[in-house]
Design a protein around this ligand. Structure first.
Ligand SMILES: Cc1ncc(COP(=O)(O)O)c(C=O)c1O
Length: 438
């Protein structure tokens, strides 16, 4: 087999229109703080923190140095029946940032692995406490919980599911909370929609609580277009799951690490689940890593009650990898020493007003926001859904701004070290460019 001369052909790109990309490639070759550098030598303002992940800005020297130092000292250590100090230290550091009680940390390498790990822990917990009939998992429409079989089963994105067969059985879904008729142009959490959580009671009535292990939702759904939780919605989910002995999992892969306020959306919103998944901002995306924070009672239920030997038959070759752990510690240090979450919080209202100033621009049918996140929904082009947002994405990139297009929604989630001038630049460019699109 000959490879041919096309230097791009060998890479099957993830979540990418491969043929379109390869016909018109866009490559990034360097990054610093708020900017990428494109292959053609242009500075691109990063309106997406990479993929909702580079919260402390790009190529921060202390993170780079921590990775370099660790790579030279301890390249790898097996995590099964052995340990190394950095992973224990990072686990303690994460635990200290979690809501009260969620202080047992399991390491993974991605958000998808964190989700599958969380689902497995919930099942193991139910079984350990003598509730082995609880095997059902409840997700939510328009949920994105990564791409493992567990994640796509509980997730609610049809395109992520339809190529892959029957998935997990015994899964049900809550309705999503997006409703333009009631909530368009809400600033922050919309007032309408808490009652949608009551559907969980109907699902429980249908299947029986004794069959349900866990409910998983993103506190704010990011990847499906920034769906902000209605006031009181998450509280209701907490109330209902507690009442019925169901484990509540918040998928905080996006909402963690300052994106919507503090270290977690749970802490920021004052609703504590039993398990939190995370990844992305944990290491500032410098080395892949995910983690699952588990409440003490669930951890102890699985670990303390088990017979001698391995208590949870689960783990990854790279769980708590030294380079990732070093990057994680350096990242958490940076968040703290520079007060990055607090800085971002000080810009929340400026951000909100700036993104909502787009109301009234051509094609824009909704703007929504939470923390340093915005979703700008465009009226779909008749007969060609998603094309308008994709065109806006391309035009923004050509004009030096990276945004994310998801369906007909433009999502913004810049690094949290942003300044007001960056906000003005992002909003100004989008305002100009959206007028040029049919
Ligand atoms: C809420 C949520 N969960 C899980 C994932 C999957 O993370 P990863 O791509 O690291 O597997 C994502 C990724 O965007 C996410 O937003």
């Amino acid at each position: 087999m000959t490879l041919g001369n096309d230097p791009l052909a060998a890479l099957w790109m993830p979540f990418t229109a491969n043929r379109a990309f390869k016909a018109q490639p866009r490559q990034l070759v360097a990054a610093k703080d708020m900017h990428y550098e494109s292959a053609d030598g242009r500075q691109i303002l990063d309106g997406t923190a990479g993929l909702w992940a580079v919260n402390a800005g790009h190529c921060r020297p202390s993170i780079v140095e921590a990775i370099q130092k660790t790579a030279a000292e301890l390249d790898y250590a097996p995590p099964f029946q052995l340990g190394h100090p950095l992973s224990f230290e990072l686990a303690r550091r994460i635990a200290a940032l979690m809501p009260q009680g969620l202080d047992r940390i399991f390491f993974t390498n991605s958000g998808s692995e964190s989700v599958d790990t969380a689902l497995k822990i919930a099942l193991a917990y139910q079984r350990a406490r003598g509730e082995g009939t609880r095997t059902r998992l409840i997700g939510r429409e328009r949920g994105y919980n990564g791409v493992g079989f567990g994640g796509i089963s509980v997730g609610g994105i049809v395109n992520n599911r339809r190529q892959f067969g029957t998935l997990l059985t015994g899964v049900d879904h809550l309705p999503h909370t997006h409703n333009l008729a009631h909530n368009a142009f809400s600033k922050g959490q919309p007032l309408w929609g808490a009652h949608l959580a009551d559907t969980l009671e109907s699902i429980i009535a249908l299947h029986g609580a004794e069959t349900i292990a866990a409910v998983i939702v993103e506190p704010m759904a990011g990847s499906t277009g920034v769906l902000v939780p209605p006031v009181g919605y998450l509280e209701k989910l907490r109330e209902i799951t507690t009442k019925h002995g169901i484990v509540l999992i918040f998928d905080e892969v996006i909402t963690g690490y300052g994106r919507v306020g503090g270290a977690t959306a749970s802490g920021t919103l004052g609703v504590t689940p039993d398990i939190i998944t995370m990844a992305k901002g944990l290491t500032n995306a410098a080395v892949p890593m995910g983690a699952v924070a588990v409440s003490r009672h669930i951890h102890d239920g699985v670990v303390e009650g088990a017979a001698d030997g391995i208590e949870l038959f689960h783990g990854y070759t790279y769980s708590g990898h030294p380079l990732a752990a070093a990057a994680g510690i350096a990242t958490l240090d940076l968040y703290q020493s520079e007060g990055i979450f607090e800085h971002a919080q000080s810009l929340h209202s400026y951000w909100q007003e700036a993104v909502h100033s787009l109301q009234g621009r051509r094609h824009i049918i909704d703007v929504r926001n939470m923390g340093i996140v915005a979703g700008i929904e465009l009226d779909p082009r008749p007969g060609a859904p998603t094309k308008r947002a994709m065109e806006l994405f391309h035009k923004c990139f050509d004009a030096g701004l990276l945004v994310r297009a998801t369906g007909d929604i433009i999502a913004l989630s810049p690094p949290l070290i942003l300044q007001k001038a960056h906000i003005d630049e992002m909003v100004g460019r989008i305002a100009d460019i959206v007028e040029t699109i049919d």
